[in-house]
Structures are given as C-alpha cells and as structure tokens.
Design a protein around this ligand. Sequence first.
Ligand code: AMP
Ligand code: ZN
Length: 139
Amino acid sequence: MQEKDCLFCRIIRGEIPSSKVYEDEYVYAFLDIAPSFAGHTLVVPKNHYENILDIDVNEASHIFATIQKIAPAIMKATGAEGFHVLQNNNEVAGQTVFHTHFHIIPRKAGDGMTLWTPTPYESDKKRDEMARKIQVEIH
Ligand code: AMP
Ligand code: ZN
C-alpha cells in the first residue's frame, strides 16, 4: 500500500474527514468510525508504518506516552472505569488498515464485551515445550 492511497495517511493529511481527539508532531488520534463503544479511539503515528514490527521504536514510545495522556481523558469523558489498548497485526489477526494503529477501547462494568476464551494447555509439560520453542526463535 502506497502512502498516497493509505486510508490513515489520507486522514492525517485531512483529505478524509475524521473526529480528531489529539494531534502533535508525531501522532494523530481520532474516533473509530465503527466503535466497540462510544469514545473508542485510534492512536496513529503520522509516519506510515505497516505494523508494530516496523514502527520506529522512538515513535512507538511516543505513542505510549500519548496513550497515557489521552486514555484518562477518554475514561472521564465516557464514564468508563477501564480501557483496553488493542493492536492488530496482519489480516489473520483482524488488521484491516495497514497503517499501524492502537485502539483505546473504554470499558464499563457489565458492558458485555469479551476478548478471548481461555484454552488451557493439556499439561504443564506442553506449556513448557511451547515456551522453549519460542525462546529458541528469539535472536
Ligand atoms: P483494524 O481492524 O485493527 O485494522 O482497525 C481498523 C479500524 O479502523 C476499524 O476499527 C475501523 O472501524 C476503523 N476505520 C476504518 N475507516 C475509518 C475511518 N474513515 N475513520 C475512522 N475509523 C475508521
Ligand atoms: Zn499510511
């Protein structure tokens, strides 16, 4: 995807309208058009990166600082008691816009949202085997 045609690059450039929540030199935050709940916000680096693996680490750090700044405001404005920070990588994980972004989703008691169904390992041995398989791939 070229930056010219990227949906979020176009939103950042103001070519497509958005409901802006916050903006600075490196980051743009705006309301998701199809939210889980009202106040669901997307935090996006102004530079185009496809996913969390290729974003510049200093810009990623700035995104975390931005989340710390605006998540309390989202909770206050929506009356939420908590929130998720969600981030999808690749189509199979639900990524639909290939300009990396972080979802801030406000949560209230009894709102009914579920994220995943826990599925335990067959045994402690199987769990340890999986940990080792991952360890040997870390370089
Ligand atoms: P993801 O599925 O993690 O890639 O998230 C992409 C998000 O972008 C979805 O939650 C969409 O609802 C949201 N979205 C798509 N188009 C727009 C738009 N024009 N303005 C605001 N949010 C959008
Ligand atoms: Zn982009």
